[in-house]
Every structure is written in C-alpha cells, then in structure tokens.
Design a protein around this ligand. Structure first.
Ligand code: PMP
Length: 419
C-alpha cells in the first residue's frame, strides 16, 4: 500500500532533472476547476495552470463530457496523420471559431505533441520557404528545449545544458526587459538595411507577443505593428510563438490579434486542447505551404483525444458566458494590479488579460519572490516564478475562475507580499 505523500519512488527512480515537484513538494491526486487536491486531501488554488496548459481549468465539465462519450464509443485513439472524424471536427470548428472571424487564411500542420515540436516545424518551414538559414530572436525569449528551439531561446543555462552554440541566430534586445526599454525594431532595421551590417538577411524573426518565461513582458501593439512592417519591407518572415500567450490567456484568442497584424507563421500548443492533453500545431499563410508529403513526420501528430477536447474548447468561445466571465476576471486582476501599485510602488507590474507579472527586481528581488511563493504554497496557492533571476511572480489563474476563488487567491498573494 502507498502511504499518503510517499515520495520515495520519485527520489529513487526519477531523474534529478525534475523541477516543479521541488517547488510544490506534495503528491497531487485530483483536480477540478481552479483547484488541485493532494492525496491527503489538501486543496490548492492553481494560479499556474500547467504553465498555461489549463486555461479552462482542470477537468472542465463541458470538455470532459465529450471525452467520455468519445472513449465510450471506441473512437479512434491513434491515427498518425490519417483522416479521422475527430480531426475533421476540430479543423472545421477551429476554422469557424478562431481563424475565419480573424480573417486568418492559414493552413495547419499538426506536429509532435509538445510546444517545441511546433517551433521546430516552424523554423524548418521558414528556412525551406525562403532558402535562407538565419533567424532573428529576442533576448528573454523562450521557445522550447529541443535544439532548434533552444537556438532561438535566450536563457544561457538551458542553451548550455543542450549544448547549443550561437549558430546562425542573431539576438536583438526585446522591447522591454530588466535592463530597460530598447528600440528593437530600429536596431533590426539597421541590420537589414545596411549591406555592411555583417548580418545576412534572415529567413525569419521569431517572437513571443508576450514574453512569459522571460518575466512577463508584453510587446506593445505599436511595436508589433512596426515589427510586422519592417519584416515585410525586407522580405523576412514573422513567426509568432503563441504557445503560452495564446488560447485566451491575454483576453483574446491570440495575443497578437489586437495589434491588427497578420503573422506569417503562428505556433500553438498548451491550452489548445483545453484539457491538458498534448496537441500542437503550426499555422502558416497558405502560400508558405512548401512541404512535400512526408518531409516532416512524427508518430504522435494530432492526438485524437486532444482533437475531441480541442473541438469542445473552441465551442466555449461561442458561449457569451465564457466571454463575460473572462472579461470580469481580467478586470479583477487589473484592479489587483492597481492595489499592488499603491501598496508597493517599487514592484514592477506587467501583464494583460489573465496574466500578471509581479516583478520584485527593484523591491526585494528573487529572495522576496521566493518567500511570497512559499507563503502562497503554505496558504494553499500554487503560483510560479519566472524572469531572468526568478524575480517575477507569474500569476495565471484559469480564465474560467469564479470571483470568490480569484479573490481568495489574490488575497493570499497580497498577504504574502506584505508579510
Ligand atoms: N514556446 C513558449 C512561448 C513556451 O512558453 C513554451 C513552454 N513553456 C514552449 C515554446 C515549449 O513548449 P513545450 O514545453 O511544450 O515544449
């Protein structure tokens, strides 16, 4: 019999590489909505949401019902990239709810199941489509742990662990970061316009519209528009990584959409299935579909159960109650931000929609952020840290959270910051 909170087998058999279990050292058993429950019955409010994979909360009933029906009917569970009813239903609904209303005439490529697979496919595609190999990425950016994605990721620790060198990637300071604002697009234009810049014209620029792991730095709408204009002017493709910022996290389905730009390529993962099931896709302008059949394959492209969940998740966006709930919760998070600004004007407070970064960089630093994180955990709240030095508390409640639970979690954070 397993004793409650017995962790011996993890320590004995699981690699030292494990991470989150060290910050949240309990054994979770069940989860519902905004809450996680340990095997010994303690409840935790979840303001981390599987790093953005559970935007609709844990075990969302509307999605669960469809999954149970699919399982009960012996629906196809694995299909490589064969035609299935589950995939057809998803593509049709995704087009109806997400692409068409935004005027996005994209084709979709289902990649391997994790976010980095979608990024790898995007990088391969832009190189094949342009015949160029160089890429431009931004300081503070995060795109995944496989080699191609690491090459465009800023974090040196992860790059070194992956044995990734500089290669043909040029890093440009992001619009904002711990060292302050920067004229990224002006700098980029200098590189592209000057035949003596020492930089070959790249295949693409890859960017997160809101840097999450880097410390919750949203790109301004104007900056995204300028970036689109400059990349277009010089014939460079623009890849938007919406893996963590997408699927409603910032209040709109894609974070980039309120800038009014159309990226050439968009990577989507995490909350697209709506249930924590693995599913990733790379979207691109129809003309960029230069793939020959079978040039980029994978055994687990398009998890069938995830398609069923993703179709149901798209349908949530067709319900007015979902939109009013999201707007109300975002407003509450905004008011909390104003309260914190008054409480401690030295805190950096950034975010959009349902993500708030509380930056302790000029007010206590990583040690304070860690203390608040531990205080939160001790008071039944899961919240993760991010940023260059883990100095930023990344607050990401489910988009569907009710007002009482949201208030309760925010009160814990406020108390933690004042404790
Ligand atoms: N891009 C972004 C913006 C991400 O936040 C992440 C994951 N945190 C990834 C790519 C990689 O996704 P995965 O961990 O599923 O490979």
């Amino acid at each position: 019999m397993t004793l409650p909170q017995d962790t011996a087998v993890f320590e004995k058999l699981e690699s030292e590489v494990r991470m989150y279990c060290r910050t949240f050292p309990v054994v979770f058993e069940r989860a519902k909505g905004a809450e996680l429950f340990t095997e010994d019955g303690r409840a935790f409010l979840d303001f981390f949401c599987g790093a953005g994979s559970l935007n609709y909360g844990h075990n969302n009933d509307a999605i669960k019902g469809r999954l149970l029906d699919y399982l009960a009917s012996d629906g196809v569970m694995h299909g490589l990239d064969m035609h299935t009813v589950a995939k057809r239903d998803f593509l049709a609904r995704f087009n109806e709810v997400v692409l068409q209303p935004r005027g996005l005439d994209y084709k979709a490529q289902f990649t391997g199941p994790t976010g980095t697979d979608a990024v790898e496919a995007a990088l391969k595609l832009v190189r094949k489509a342009t015949g160029r190999t160089g890429l431009v990425a931004f300081t503070g950016g995060y795109h995944g742990m496989s080699r191609g994605s690491l090459a465009v990721t800023g974090g040196l620790r992860a790059r070194r662990a992956g044995g990734v060198g500089g290669g043909d990637v040029t890093f440009v300071p992001f619009e904002d970061g711990p060292l302050g604002p920067f004229d990224s697009v002006g700098y980029l234009e200098r590189l592209l316009a000057d035949p003596s810049s020492g930089t070959e014209r790249p295949a693409a620029v890859i960017v997160e519209p809101l840097q999450m792991e880097g410390g919750v730095y949203p790109a301004s709408r104007g900056w995204l528009r300028e970036l689109r204009a400059v990349t277009e002017k010089y014939g460079v493709l623009l890849v938007l990584d919406e893996i963590q910022s997408g699927c409603g996290r910032t209040g709109t389905f894609f974070c980039f959409e309120d800038a009014g730009i159309v990226p050439d390529v968009v990577t989507v993962s995490k909350s697209i299935s709506g249930y924590g099931l693995p599913l990733s896709l790379t979207l691109f302008r129809r003309e960029l579909d230069v793939w020959e059949p079978g040039e980029h394959t994978g055994t687990f492209r398009g998890n069938q159960l995830a398609f069923v969940a993703a179709t149901a998740a798209c349908e949530l966006w067709q319900q007015s109650g979902f939109h009013t709930g999201l707007a109300a919760a975002s407003e509450r998070l905004d008011r909390f931000r104003a309260e914190l600004a008054e409480l401690d004007p030295a805190l950096g407070l950034r975010g959009r929609g349902m993500v708030l970064g509380i930056d302790t960089g000029r007010s206590g630093g990583p040690e304070r952020a860690e203390r608040v994180q531990r205080y939160a955990f001790d008071h039944g709240l899961i919240v993760e840290r991010c940023g260059r030095y883990d100095e930023v508390l990344k607050v990401m409640p489910p988009l569907t959270i009710d007002a009482a639970r949201l208030d309760r979690g925010l009160a814990v954070l406020r108390d933690g910051l004042t404790a």
